[in-house]
Design a protein around this ligand. Structure first.
Ligand SMILES: NC(=O)c1ccc[n+]([C@@H]2O[C@H](COP(=O)([O-])OP(=O)(O)OC[C@H]3O[C@@H](n4cnc5c(N)ncnc54)[C@H](O)[C@@H]3O)[C@@H](O)[C@H]2O)c1
Length: 270
């Protein structure tokens, strides 16, 4: 989904020359993060299993005048993740930032949720982020600083029916974030998560179709309902997530670590 991927008028260059690895860069939030870092002059490594979407993101970054590469990588393959991060570090002399955005949402009521759906979601959303955090740690330590931003969800802080596997994976990701933040703090590395609310990407459109059908609503009607539920009265655009991710990676957030920030229009207030 192209809608709202990039915020117009970003003119700062906070990340000039820095290297960012983004998993799930072929998708909505990861893609928007790639474009935001490109607008701010970073070098971007786009990782995804969706070769076409990933290549498109990297190409859009290059049109903004920065170096960007698309690397096929399944985050559930530990060896592939290690090798891909090593290739990025070898190409550009290190890595400064990781955005772990690769994720999936199956979504089924508990008694219909298959073991395979449970394991696959945990594998991609939690174990995949673990592999990515582990793979980047030594490069960030070598740099003497840097940032990891894990894309959790408001489902990591609260829950609703038919989301057991997703909610468990996203809560787990907050726990992972806190522990890694403690371990890497002595090296000047900050590690945070964001917890997006409903954001207009392919994922949410898919969820709207599946869950809407279960509730007797069209996808559009289901999305309108979610907008009404939100204190700000609308869904988010991916670039609104990217802006917060960029802030967390910036010098302005150097004293902010181990947090899981709700970026959800006020859905969860903790
Ligand atoms: N859209 C929302 O409303 C929303 C809300 C809260 C959290 N999130 C989280 O934000 C992140 C990004 O989601 P999105 O909305 O951009 O969805 P999306 O489906 O547009 O993008 C997800 C990307 O992850 C990639 N991916 C899936 N499995 C992968 C794997 N094994 N290895 C590598 N890449 C893989 C997909 O190919 C896709 O490009 C996810 O972690 C999601 O759980 C999304």
């Amino acid at each position: 989904m192209e809608q709202g991927m990039m915020r117009a008028g970003v003119e700062s260059a906070r990340f000039a020359g820095q290297v960012v690895v983004i998993t799930g860069a072929g998708g909505g939030i990861g893609g928007a993060c790639a474009l935001r870092f490109a607008q701010e002059q970073a070098r971007i490594a786009c990782l995804d299993i969706d070769a076409a979407g990933n290549a498109q993101t990297a190409e859009r970054c290059r049109t903004l005048g920065v170096e960007a590469i698309a690397l096929p990588c399944d985050v559930t393959d530990a060896a592939a993740v290690e090798a891909t991060f090593a290739a990025v570090a070898a190409r550009w002399g290190g890595i400064d930032m990781l955005v772990a955005s690769a994720g999936i949402y199956t979504g089924a009521p508990l008694e219909e949720l298959s073991t395979a759906q449970w394991l696959t979601t945990l594998h991609v959303n939690l174990t995949g982020a673990f592999y990515s955090n582990r793979a980047v740690a030594s490069y960030l330590r070598e740099r003497g600083g840097g940032s990891i931003i894990n894309i959790s969800s408001m489902a990591g802080k609260t829950s609703w029916p038919a989301s057991a596997e997703y909610s468990a994976s996203k809560s787990g990701l907050i726990g992972l974030t806190r522990s890694v933040a403690m371990e890497l703090a002595p090296y000047g590395v900050t590690v945070n998560a964001i917890c997006p609310g409903n954001t207009l990407t392919n994922m949410v459109v898919g969820v709207a179709a599946r869950v809407g059908a279960r509730e007797g609503l069209s996808a559009d009607a289901w999305l309108q309902q979610r907008a009404k539920d939100c204190p700000l009265g609308r869904l988010a655009h991916p670039w609104e997530m990217a802006g917060v991710v960029a802030f967390l990676a910036s010098q302005d957030a150097r004293y902010l670590t181990g947090q899981a920030l709700e970026v959800d229009g006020g859905m969860v207030m903790s």
